[in-house]
Unconditional design. Sequence first.
Length: 119
Amino acid sequence: MSSLLCGSIDLEERGRAVSFRVQKEQRIYPAFVVRADGVARGYLNACAHVGLPLDGRRGQFWYLDGTYLGCVQHGAIYEPNTGLCVRGPCEGLSLIALNVVERDDNIYLEEEQYLLVTE
Ligand code: FES
């Protein structure tokens, strides 16, 4: 299943994330997509520590200079291309990645398990 998330132009390198929601079975999850090293990366917005949103719902996912994704809750730091926590209370654990693809100047969610919530 392929669902349009945003235009390619909406995702600047290590710039503002685009947030969206997905559904798996009966549960709805917040999610986001960012661009890192030219590639769109999508993750559930649920920290590997205790599952809280990384951005505290403020839309800021990058830590300091934009090298890493950061969780505002208790300071976990994630490598943006893999979602691996490299420092903080959940070091060694990872964000749940979503399959995101870019084609024809758009970014799409292509997932079997997580469906885009559109309303
Ligand atoms: S919930 Fe992210 S570091 Fe605790």
